[in-house]
Design a protein around this ligand. Structure first.
Ligand code: C5P
Ligand code: C5P
Ligand code: C5P
Length: 451
């Protein structure tokens, strides 16, 4: 069964690749439109890289959401081929009006699967895979470009890390990509400490910035991290990579006592410079570029423009992490407000708005929110509210589907939303906020009731 659906998805990727290749060989500029998060940036970077290796040309736009207006703008463009990543599955009817061929590499829940003949749609949901856990948009893009350039599997995993699809391992098509990457030398897997920024930050910071897996007392706690290292007698101010072998051993045995998951499978691409060699670090660097709207920088890093770009991205990441820390302190103080089936946090403050989705995700594992209730992070934007909703695998097992809940609830109040079962978003009018929350609470309640 798995073999069969895998084969069908791979075939769809190959069909899309054939079209892409024909356009490149014709000398057509490939019009790439992708999402502004780590997954979308990795996907766009990977496709650009593959096109470059064949001396083809591309034109990239990175956007936060595919709006009707943007599609109208594209409809006036004379490109022969449009390549959408991390979006498009919800817009099939509109995309059928574009002039050229349309390739979609998406992993969001599609609204319908009927497509016009100009569209080739690569989405794991269409083949029985779970797009929130088993394949990212970078993964879907990889399934298309692997017929063009086989050495880019690491980018697919960067996207999967960015979308938090690593959860005690990679599953489904992500696993297939890991195995293919290892076979052709573009990915390596080994057992190691799963800590962040081992090459770039002093150890006490690297540990404090290790959100996944979490280290109670250390994660998001710079002071706690430093005290821990002093107590176990390991140099805290140098980078992990520069520790003496015996210090690394002490660190490992002490960290395992705190959380055994800290030691496990890590994924690297040894062709990449140290800052982005560990693929989970690469995802965070792209995330920081995305959050700062430095899309050109992100794509440049994917294309291999290294030293200066990486230095700049690291500085963005440092600032972004400080904001995340502030956000976590805030949520620790304020604590989410609870309704019957959901909890929420709300802000008008600029710094917090930029990290609301991220701190909502992290809040579960840090014990800052109730692990049994989905969390809605609400940011006031003038007359509208931006909603980021996050759940856990345990909540999903209870029948919750945030993408559906937010799509239905927001459309009821003239807003728009959608996403995955485990992570979704929406934009709604501010004046409807309370009604919206009540409706989401009801919908989630009935989702749990039905299952
Ligand atoms: O648009 P897209 O699918 O890329 O965004 C997914 C979002 O969901 C990311 O921000 C990712 O971090 C988040 N996510 C999460 N928890 C999960 C899976 C995804 O917070 N378990
Ligand atoms: O949901 P969203 O994509 O914003 O979450 C991104 C995830 O990436 C966070 O949950 C966090 O674990 C991780 N992250 C990180 N360090 C950063 C930024 C994000 O570990 N600087
Ligand atoms: O913005 P945020 O990171 O919270 O988005 C989480 C998920 O919800 C992403 O997959 C995003 O593409 C999706 N989303 C959506 N429609 C919106 C906002 C977000 O489908 N209006």
């Amino acid at each position: 069964m798995t073999q069969k659906k895998q084969r069908s998805l791979l075939n769809r990727g190959d069909e899309a690749c054939k079209i892409l290749k024909e356009h490149i060989d014709e000398g057509d500029v490939i019009r790439i439109i992708s999402h502004n998060d780590a997954d979308g940036l990795s996907a766009a970077g990977m496709i650009a890289k593959a096109i470059s290796t064949r001396n083809g040309q591309f034109h990239i736009s990175i956007i936060s959401r595919l709006t009707d207006n943007f599609i109208k703008k594209l409809a006036n463009e004379k490109y022969q081929v449009f390549f959408f990543c991390d979006m498009g599955s919800a817009n099939l009817p509109d995309l059928s009006h574009l002039h050229g061929n349309v390739i979609i590499a998406d992993h969001h829940q599609p609204i319908d699967s009927e497509t016009n003949s100009n569209i080739i749609h690569v989405n794991p949901h269409l083949f029985g895979f779970d797009g929130s856990q088993e394949l990212s948009a970078s993964g879907a893009a990889y399934l298309i470009i692997r017929g063009l350039e086989e050495s880019l599997a690491s980018f697919a995993l960067v996207g999967a890390f960015g979308d938090m699809q690593y959860y005690n391992g990679f599953r489904g098509m992500n696993r297939f990509i890991v195995e293919e990457g290892i076979k052709n030398g573009s990915v390596q897997a080994h057992e190691d400490l799963r800590i962040a920024s081992r090459y770039d930050e002093p150890l006490y910071k690297a540990l404090a910035y290790t959100f996944n897996p979490t280290l109670p007392g250390i994660t998001a706690n710079i002071e706690g991290s430093r005290e821990f290292l002093e107590r176990i007698g390991v140099s805290y101010a140098i980078k992990f990579q520069d520790l003496a072998a015996e210090e690394k051993d002490i660190l490992k045995s002490e960290l395992i006592k705190i959380n055994p998951e800290i030691f496990g499978e890590v994924f690297t691409d040894k062709r990449l410079p140290p800052t982005i060699r560990y693929l989970s670090d690469f995802a965070k660097i792209l995330d920081a570029c995305g959050k700062n709207k430095e899309y050109g920088l992100a794509i440049g890093i994917c294309l291999g423009e290294e030293e200066k770009s990486l230095e700049k991205a690291l500085n963005l990441q440092r600032r972004y992490r400080e904001d995340i820390m502030k956000g976590l302190e805030w949520i620790k103080r304020e604590r989410p407000k609870k309704m019957e089936h959901i909890q929420y946090i709300y802000t008008k403050e600029k710094t917090l708005k930029g990290v609301m989705g991220t701190i909502a995700s992290i809040s579960f594992s840090l014990g800052l929110s109730d692990p049994n209730l989905p969390i809605l992070a609400l940011s006031r934007m003038d007359n509208q509210v931006k909603v980021s909703a996050r759940a856990t695998p345990k909540i999903i097992k209870m029948g919750v589907d945030l993408g559906r809940a937010l799509r239905d609830a927001s459309s009821n109040f003239g807003g728009a939303g959608g996403g995955h079962d485990i992570a979704a978003g929406a934009m709604i009018p501010y004046k409807e906020l309370e009604n919206f929350l009540r409706l989401v609470d009801n919908i989630i309640g009935s989702q749990i009731g039905e299952s």
